[in-house]
Design a protein around this ligand. Structure first.
Ligand code: TXA
Ligand code: MG
Length: 372
């Protein structure tokens, strides 16, 4: 078989501790080498505090085109530009409204992406032809040091193949993009585990296009007013679901290979329903995969349920949404490594970080959802 365009992907560990400032990693030879690759139009995967990103010079149309090719990403799905200091925003947008400036001062560096009117220097390919651009300043020291060493904003989507769960470890990037990109900076597991909140700041009032690492409640507290979610529906249990929003939203995302079903509700009914479905599917000859909380595992133990035939991925305590967020993409990828033919996803609360988790879980399930 002829392999065309295969790249020799370099995997470079970068040592840091989460409390490290950018100063402690900026002299890393791996970062200097990766910055050279970016400056020459290459592709570098790097850790952020949310998920791994696949970076290229966001102002170089040819380099950005490489991102779309490597990921197999539809060209109308725009990218986020990552900057290393808040004032750099003025180089890539034409106007920063007062509320957006305030939110940047509160949440940057961190998992908040602001959508603003784009400056002419930002190529159309970066924004999928839109006249707005998404901007974020990440807090991860490796991300900050890399952007600073490059001296340009980095266009960086999550470093997964399009449609697959986002990568929270370098190993996930290797699985999806080995041979397709130039460098992978391995900074270990990312912290938050779900992507940034994407906030449209071009309207009179900010609108959440994608729930993420900064919660709706935190945004509302910072602004002193309510923040709406784009095209949302309020379900019978009062939880809010974002259906359509950013261009990216219409594409299937985060999908494990086997079909998945998201089961909503609260314990003990939730645990009973998940167990009933798993036993029913098993009876039908399916190999059942389950993304389950510690509490569900405890329930099975207490009830004496035989889980021996199930493939179980552990998402942590359902009462600790930070832990669940950090585990959720790994769980989906873990089940892909098994021979599971059908997958059950346990729901969590939609409050705080839970809104982002539930958003990703319902997409992983292709919006196949049962329960209240
Ligand atoms: O945490 C994150 O945001 C990660 C890390 C690497 O920073 N990045 C990330 O990028 O998740 P990506 O490309 O996987 O998701 C970006 C989302 C997509 O849903 C895209 O449609 C939306 O942001 N987006 C980007 N530019 C936009 C724009 N100008 N208007 C509306 N939505 C936009
Ligand atoms: Mg993505």
């Amino acid at each position: 078989m002829e392999v065309t365009g295969e790249k020799n992907t370099l995997i470079c560990p970068v040592a840091f501790t989460p409390s490290d400032s950018i100063e402690s990693v900026k002299d890393s030879p791996s970062i200097a080498m990766a910055a050279q690759v970016i400056k020459k139009g290459g592709l570098v995967a790097f850790p952020t505090e949310t998920v791994y990103g696949l970076g290229a010079n966001g102002l170089d149309a040819d380099a950005v085109a490489g991102i779309f090719t490597a990921k197999g990403r539809p060209s109308d799905n725009p990218l986020i530009l990552h900057i290393a200091s808040p004032e750099d925003i003025h180089k890539i947008v034409t106007h920063v409204p007062r509320q957006a400036a305030h939110l940047a001062s509160v949440f940057w560096p961190g998992p908040l992406t602001l959508v603003l009117p784009k400056a002419d220097c930002v190529p159309e390919i970066t924004t999928g032809g839109l006249d707005t651009v998404a901007v974020r300043m990440p807090s991860h020291p490796v991300a900050l040091a890399l952007i600073r060493a490059c001296g340009v904003p980095l266009a960086a989507p999550s470093a997964n193949s399009s449609g697959r769960p986002s990568p929270t470890e370098a190993a996930h990037v290797i699985t999806d993009l080995m041979g397709k990109i130039d460098v992978i900076l391995d900074g270990g597991s990312t912290g938050i585990g779900v992507e940034s909140t994407v906030l449209d700041c071009t309207k009179a009032r900010p609108v959440i296009l994608r729930p993420g690492g900064v919660s709706q409640e935190a945004l509302e507290k910072a602004l002193g007013e309510s923040v709406v979610i784009s095209h949302h529906v309020v379900t019978t249990d009062g939880s809010v679901e974002s259906l359509v929003s950013s261009p990216g939203i219409k594409y299937q995302h985060y999908a494990p290979k086997a079909p998945a079903l998201l089961v909503k509700g609260g314990p003990p009914e939730l645990f009973q329903e998940l167990t009933r479905l798993a036993l029913e599917w098993q009876e039908q000859g399916e190999i059942v995969g389950i993304v389950a909380s510690t509490e569900l595992g405890q329930y099975w133990q207490n009830e004496g349920i035989d889980t021996g035939k199930w493939q179980i991925a552990h998402m942590g305590s359902r009462h600790d949404l930070l832990e669940v967020a950090g585990n959720i993409y790994r769980c989906l990828r873990q089940l892909d490594e098994t021979d599971a033919t059908k997958i059950l996803l346990e729901s969590v609360s939609s409050k705080g970080l839970g809104l982002a988790i539930m958003n990703r879980l319902s997409k992983a399930a292709g919006h196949r959802i049962i329960g209240e």
